[in-house]
Design a protein around this ligand. Structure first.
Ligand SMILES: Nc1nc2c(c(=O)[nH]1)N[C@H]1C(S)=C(S)[C@@H](COP(=O)(O)OP(=O)(O)OC[C@H]3O[C@@H](n4cnc5c(=O)[nH]c(N)nc54)[C@H](O)[C@@H]3O)O[C@H]1N2
Ligand SMILES: Nc1nc2c(c(=O)[nH]1)N[C@H]1C(S)=C(S)[C@@H](COP(=O)(O)OP(=O)(O)OC[C@H]3O[C@@H](n4cnc5c(=O)[nH]c(N)nc54)[C@H](O)[C@@H]3O)O[C@H]1N2
Ligand code: SF4
Ligand SMILES: [Mo]
Length: 745
């Protein structure tokens, strides 16, 4: 492994070079060109990477980023793993391989099964697999003993059919990756603004005066956001980044879609960079708010008093609570100097077109919902919501995670959805809440659930508490994964384990000789089509068809003709139109280029109980970090998509050819008598259980004292299952108290 200095800017020509190298290593040149020409173009193929929206005017140089190309190459790779591969490698052998190695082996080719204590996966026919799954589901004492997970790449069409099947089967056990991701945003925004999604569009970013970026690393995770930020800056926006780690991409950016980005200078992204301590965002926000209240008192005109009076509830209680805090104590918690906070106050005080962007740095803490509600408090004081250039921007992860939720994937469905399904399909949908991810793991561990079915994703590696989750999955009688690529979840199976290989975003779907497209919703609520380009000759099925055939086989009494529906995806979209608000004229509007879903908060309409936006009183984290303890956050490297490892470099952070690292502040290193390259063991201790991982290489990094960072998913072993956000149950994978000690080897 090599540790180098971080580069001075992100992206630029190097990223184009890296992307081309990665693509041509995995695929032939003609295939690469076919795919990239259509990537993110109108009526083209939606990027299987993140959920960042496409601009109206698409760049002629290609509307994608380095990591989009990696996502495409990972899926459309020419490498294949069929029966022979599984004959050669036992599950035990595969378990010893790294996630990177597993992913590199290629695309799954045919359905596989492992049962009766076998050590090897064997081929199984689709028909037999569907019969077996249906039989096992129908043999359960209660439908609530089955769990149906969804990851966020699933299309609207597949997701709608899936939730319909699961509810007809009789349960709301529909946990999804969102539970581990932006659930905290959904909970906080629904409560305060009446909609669990962000309010801004790309156009708003270009009109904003100030953009706050909390807990997000766009150069890696939403690279085209940097292009939007560059444009926002050209239009006069000031950018404040709030992040414990100095992330290169938030400092300087070279746009590869402009000649200047290849040969010229870079754009400074952040006007102010606040390296707050891990999980002290509430303390920082409260400090800023108290200072703004001070200015409002002394000079006036800081807050939008009309907006507060006419459009909000709870102001007086909020103000009383806020001002009861001791400002100096708050500032001390943040780890920042007071003059840095004053700079933020100066940038914000006279502005009312403010956008707050955030991602996992805010959502994955015990007090995650408080974090986001406190962000909303700031926007409400400034009247910065429901008007151009202002509002909320939770930046979503998976390319259709937002769409899956919109069309009904939820363990806590609203009454409106259930009533619609009851009326339109003539059955009694279950009303009892289902399990979220954390609750599902607990239920399997406690033998309260016996069948685990995953529509995509890598449940084991993505979930917290890896060893505990391993046991939970092993307790099942049946585990089924609909997947494109081999991953660790396939290797930790129930008594019977099945892999159902599916077509992905890059593959062409043809039904009865007609090409089908699917639809997705991006992070800003725009729905559009996606059509794959590759004619995949392996024995794969599209996700909607897998759902339909399992439903057909399981629900013998169902009057719905599931197979007819998947013969033409327009029919599925017609059903979505009938059942989900905002999809009127779905097929015709999709054909004419896509549409924006209704969004109350975007227009200043707040669908809360009082029809007003709500000020809230939010808690500071209430743990104490002792002398010999640290707070650990878990992050993504530049060469991964969640649990899919594209490569072993994290070039913006100067780490090459290795992932088993721990980022540490220089002062802490000195105090611990450690130096760069030393190896340490890391342990977390919660509720009488100690979890430890061994031999991670120390990398000095620019982050605050007492804060540590490691890569996910390796660090998930350290995240206790019961350490999760209070209201949203999102695992607290961005703040885990740990101890470190020098490794003995
Ligand atoms: N290439 C690539 N793209 C991706 C993904 C990927 O893995 N690879 N994953 C996709 C998914 S599903 C998601 S959800 C998104 C994730 O996108 P991000 O949220 O950007 O991903 P993380 O690496 O988890 O980064 C979180 C950021 O929060 C900061 N942070 C950590 N703790 C704190 C804290 O306490 N406070 C503050 N203010 N900041 C903190 C970290 O330093 C880091 O910069 O990206 C999506 N896009
Ligand atoms: N410690 C820690 N843990 C975390 C996080 C963190 O920041 N820190 N982040 C959390 C977040 S934000 C998320 S979203 C979750 C991610 O959790 P998941 O969504 O469960 O995980 P992924 O790694 O995205 O899933 C990758 C797998 O999806 C399958 N796949 C890919 N494309 C398709 C497709 O088109 N169809 C189907 N059926 N399968 C497909 C492939 O087989 C691949 O192996 O992880 C969470 N876990
Ligand atoms: S920003 Fe996200 S959606 Fe756009 S090309 Fe990159 S990975 Fe794909
Ligand atoms: Mo995510």
């Amino acid at each position: 492994m090599k540790i180098k200095k971080s580069p001075v800017h992100a992206v630029g020509s190097k990223s184009v070079f890296k992307a081309s190298k990665m693509a041509t290593k995995a695929m032939s040149l003609p295939k690469t060109l076919v795919l990239l020409r259509k990537l993110n173009q109108k009526h083209g193929m939606d990027c299987p990477g993140c959920a960042w929206p496409d601009p109206d005017k698409r760049s002629k140089l290609g509307e994608f980023c380095e990591n989009g190309v990696k996502a495409v190459a990972e899926e459309a790779t020419d490498r294949k793993i069929g029966a022979e591969f599984f004959h050669k490698h036992s599950v035990k052998d595969l378990l010893d391989r790294s996630d990177y190695w597993l992913g590199q082996q290629g695309r799954l080719q045919q359905p596989m099964i492992i049962e009766n204590g076998d050590e090897y996966y064997q081929p199984i026919s689709w028909d037999r697999a569907f019969t077996l799954i249906a039989d096992q589901l129908n043999a359960l004492p209660s439908p609530d003993e089955a769990i149906f997970y969804t990851s966020g790449r699933t299309s609207n069409e597949a997701a709608f059919l899936y939730q319909l099947f699961v509810r007809m089967f009789g349960t709301n056990n529909l946990p999804d990756c969102s539970n581990m991701c932006h659930e905290s945003s959904g909970v906080a925004l629904k409560e305060t603004l009446g909609i669990g999604k962000g309010s801004v569009t790309l156009e708003d970013l270009y009109k904003a005066e100030v953009i706050l970026i909390f807990g997000q690393n766009p150069a890696t995770n939403h690279p085209r956001m940097l292009t939007a930020l560059e444009k926002a800056k050209a239009h006069g926006a000031k950018i404040i980044s709030i992040n414990p780690l100095k992330e290169v991409g938030l400092v300087k950016f070279k746009n590869p879609q402009k000649v200047k980005g290849w040969v010229g200078s870079s754009t400074n992204i952040s006007d102010l960079y606040l390296q707050v301590r891990i999980n002290e965002d509430v303390a920082l926000l409260k400090s800023i708010l108290i200072k703004l209240f001070d200015l409002e008192e002394t000079q006036g005109g800081i807050f939008d008093t009309d907006f507060i009076r006419n459009k909000t509830d709870g102001f007086e209680e909020f103000k009383k609570d806020l001002l009861s805090n001791n400002l100096n104590d708050l500032i001390k918690r943040t780890g920042l100097a007071e003059n840095e906070i004053d700079k933020a106050v100066q940038l914000l005080k006279d502005k009312n077109k403010i956008i707050a962007c955030w991602a996992m740095g805010l959502t994955q803490h015990v007090n995650a919902v408080d974090n986001i509600r406190e962000v909303v408090n700031l926007l409400l004081l400034k009247g910065s919501i429901g008007k151009p250039g202002a509002g909320t921007c939770p930046v979503r992860g998976h390319s259709n995670v937002q769409g899956d939720r919109t069309v009904g994937i939820s363990e806590r469905p609203g009454k409106d959805l259930l009533d619609k399904l009851a009326t339109n399909f003539g059955f009694d949908p279950p009303t009892k809440h289902g399990y979220s991810v954390v609750e599902a793991i607990q239920a399997m561990y406690d033998n309260k659930a016996g069948v685990f079915f995953a529509m995509g994703g890598n449940f084991l590696s993505a979930s917290p508490d890896t060893h505990y989750t391993t046991q939970a999955l092993k307790n099942c009688t049946l585990t089924v994964h609909v997947s494109t690529k081999l991953n660790r979840s396939h290797l930790v199976h129930g008594k019977t384990g099945i892999i159902l290989p599916c077509l992905g975003r890059t593959d062409r779907i043809i039904k009865n000789g007609k090409i089908q497209f699917v639809t997705v919703e991006n992070s800003m609520g725009i729905v559009h089509s996606s059509q794959g380009m590759i004619q995949n000759k392996a024995d794969l099925l599209p996700e909607p068809e897998i759902v339909a055939r399992i439903a057909h086989q399981t629900l013998k009494e169902s009057k719905l003709d599931w197979i007819y529906l998947t013969d033409d995806y327009n029919r599925i979209r017609d059903l979505i139109e009938e059942n989900i608000p905002g999809f009127n004229d779905y097929n015709s509007r999709i054909n004419s280029g896509g549409f924006e879903l209704p969004n109350g908060a975007r227009n200043g309409v707040f669908k809360t109980a009082s029809d007003k936006a709500i000020f809230t009183i939010n808690k500071l984290p209430d743990y104490e970090i002792k002398e010999n303890e640290y707070l650990l956050t878990t992050i993504r490297s530049h060469d991964q998509f969640n649990t899919t490892i594209y490569g072993l470099d994290d070039r913006y952070r100067g780490v090459f050819d290795g992932r088993e690292v721990i980022f540490m502040n220089g002062e802490d290193l000195k105090r611990e008598k450690l130096k760069a390259g030393d190896r340490v063991d890391i342990s977390s201790h919660y509720n009488d259980t100690t979890r430890t991982i061994h031999s991670y290489t120390v990398v000095p990094y620019d982050l605050p004292s007492k804060c540590l960072a490691m890569y996910f998913p390796e660090a998930n072993v350290l995240v206790p299952l019961d350490l999760h956000a209070r209201e949203s149950l999102t695992p607290s994978s961005k703040s885990v108290i740990v101890k470190i000690s020098k490794s003995k080897d």
